[in-house]
Design a protein around this ligand. Structure first.
Ligand code: FAD
Ligand code: FES
Length: 264
């Protein structure tokens, strides 16, 4: 397992919307779509974030300001130091052929990274569905338009694209087109609904799962899923269809800070 630690200044901050920012770092990170890093703020501890993009000289993550840790990060400026370890976890297994990506909310960074890599692989057809509550919450609309052969949008309030969820659009797209692989990343309830649709169409799929993680390297047990004891930080966060079928916790329960399990 590769687990380099780098202490780096924030190189750039881009405002995506009122609560989401993309943080870029100059450094080398050899990562694949779906992998994540652990980001340390020295006064606050550390938290996991998906990798949005990497190139030879830099890498970035898009982060939502949601609690104490991310609040602190949002108070920091370009030049301030944080520390990053990783990359960790299993990435998406890239397939060629006709590919459908289904994303929701602020869980779309891994799909943005995957789209870039699939186009480099010269995938036959790449279709993305990007869903969010409203237009302001949608991420990377232009990027997906450029990277994908087709790019669909769904908003709960109908402010842009189809009024409804990305899973509703998935149903519609699958009525007219054939695919070889589905990749899913979104809130777990949405992912569960997308899995049901993929199963109905007998399509192979992989899902990005985000659970409470403390160590990111298989030591603390906070991300373990029942009943198989699947260690999400090491064996995921990208989970294939056969593995997911065995995880009764998927879409039903998760562990919080104390390790106690609660219903989703
Ligand atoms: C593999 C992985 C990848 C992630 N990638 C991203 C990303 O790219 N961008 C991003 O903004 N966030 C991402 N997260 C979630 C991120 O780690 C949490 O939002 C962050 O830890 C919140 O910290 P906080 O102290 O600001 O808020 P807290 O006060 O800790 O949490 C605020 C709210 O977020 C929920 N939460 C906390 N941690 C998680 C978690 N791990 N998964 C789901 N909900 C959580 C809490 O239950 C609470 O409702 C990822 C999580 C995982 C496990
Ligand atoms: S986060 Fe500690 S074992 Fe997965």
């Amino acid at each position: 397992m590769k687990c380099d630690r780098q202490t780096l200044p924030i190189a750039a901050i881009r405002e995506e919307n009122a609560s989401l920012r993309t943080f870029t770092f100059h450094g080398n990170l050899s990562a694949s779509p779906g992998q994540f890093i652990m980001l340390t703020i020295f006064s606050e501890g550390e938290k996991p974030f998906s990798i949005l993009d990497v190139d030879e000289k830099s890498f970035s993550m898009t982060i939502k300001n949601i609690g104490p840790f991310t609040n602190k990060l949002f108070s920091m400026d370009v030049g301030d130091l944080v520390s990053i370890r990783g990359p960790y976890g299993r990435s998406f297994k890239r397939q060629t052929g006709n590919i459908l990506m289904v994303g929701g909310g602020f869980a779309t960074p891994p799909l943005r990274f995957l789209a870039k890599k699939l186009r480099e692989d010269d995938v036959k057809k790449l279709v993305n569905i990007n869903g969010a509550h409203s237009e302001e919450d949608l991420l990377y609309v232009e990027d997906f338009e450029i990277l994908c052969h087709q790019s669909h949008i769904a908003t709960d309030n109908g402010s842009l694209g189809y009024m409804g969820t990305s899973v509703d659009v998935m149903e519609q797209v699958l009525q007219n087109e054939k695919f070889d692989q589905v990749y899913i990343s979104g809130p777990e309830k949405m992912a569960k609904a997308a899995v049901a649709v993929a199963k109905k169409h007998q399509l192979p799929y992989e899902v990005n799962l985000e659970r409470y993680m403390k160590c990111g390297v298989g030591i603390c047990g906070s991300c373990v899923m029942d009943p198989t004891g699947f260690i999400l930080c090491m064996e995921g966060p990208i989970v294939d269809d056969q593995t997911l079928d065995k995880l009764e916790d998927f879409g039903t329960a998760h562990r919080g800070k104390t390790g106690a399990k609660t219903a989703l």
